[in-house]
Design a protein around this ligand. Structure first.
Ligand code: FAD
Length: 185
């Protein structure tokens, strides 16, 4: 008869699983995240991770508010002139979007003039195996700042819940002791 996990030392059990790389066991643990305050730039990168489930705010059925909210990258924010130009561009985009919606063009078509900077929100479920992979590539210094920030916040949340598993997570230089990025490292 199989021994139940409760009868074993959980710490030893997980450490053994990680050591022998029986990662399929991690697929029984999953986490669901509500993500908001990110741009469509970041969400596009998130949904490239195929072994996860997503529900994202629709730009077809939900008409954006006037003014729509958008993300300003820190490097643009710290440059006064660039920031002003950026905001002007968002206003122009807003004007055209609202004009189109006002003339009866459906939101699904009007949205073509919205920028990647537009804020979005989504719910995402990933199992622990996929999260380990996600943290490896998205907490890496090579990852784009916005998805890296998101990944780090997600990491902090799951670490509180399951530190025995996620103590092994992190960018490859930490979790595997070696950077796979070669000369781009
Ligand atoms: C720094 C960085 C730069 C990037 N630059 C670009 C870029 O310039 N252009 C671009 O298009 N993308 C880019 N990406 C995205 C990248 O190519 C992946 O699409 C993304 O990271 C999702 O990861 P993944 O495909 O490994 O894994 P996931 O989809 O999260 O899947 C997890 C793992 O499951 C396995 N798997 C999943 N699906 C399959 C399948 N169909 N067949 C076989 N095995 C599978 C693989 O082992 C995979 O690693 C970049 C990512 C990073 C982190």
């Amino acid at each position: 008869m199989l021994e139940s996990v409760e009868e074993l030392d959980t710490k030893k059990f997980i450490s053994k699983i990680m050591g022998v790389r029986h990662f399929s066991v991690l697929e029984h643990v999953s986490s669901t995240f509500g993500v908001e305050g990110i741009s469509r730039v970041a969400s596009h990168q998130l949904v490239r991770h195929r072994l996860a489930s997503y529900s994202q705010k629709s730009q077809r059925y939900v008409t954006e508010k006037d003014p729509f909210t958008y993300i300003i990258p820190p490097k643009i924010l710290e440059n006064e002139e660039s920031c002003k130009e950026y905001e002007q561009f968002m206003e122009e985009s807003q004007k055209l979007y609202s004009k189109f919606v006002g003339t009866g063009i459906p939101a699904e078509d009007a949205r073509f003039v919205l920028p990647n900077a537009a804020e979005t929100k989504l719910v995402m479920t990933m199992n622990a195996r996929e999260l380990m992979h996600f943290f490896e590539v998205r907490t890496c210094n090579r990852a784009q700042w916005e998805i890296k920030d998101t990944a780090k916040k997600m990491y902090k949340l799951v670490y509180i819940q399951a530190s025995l598993i996620f103590q092994y997570a992190g960018p490859a230089c930490v979790s595997k002791g070696k950077c796979p990025e070669g000369e781009m490292s």
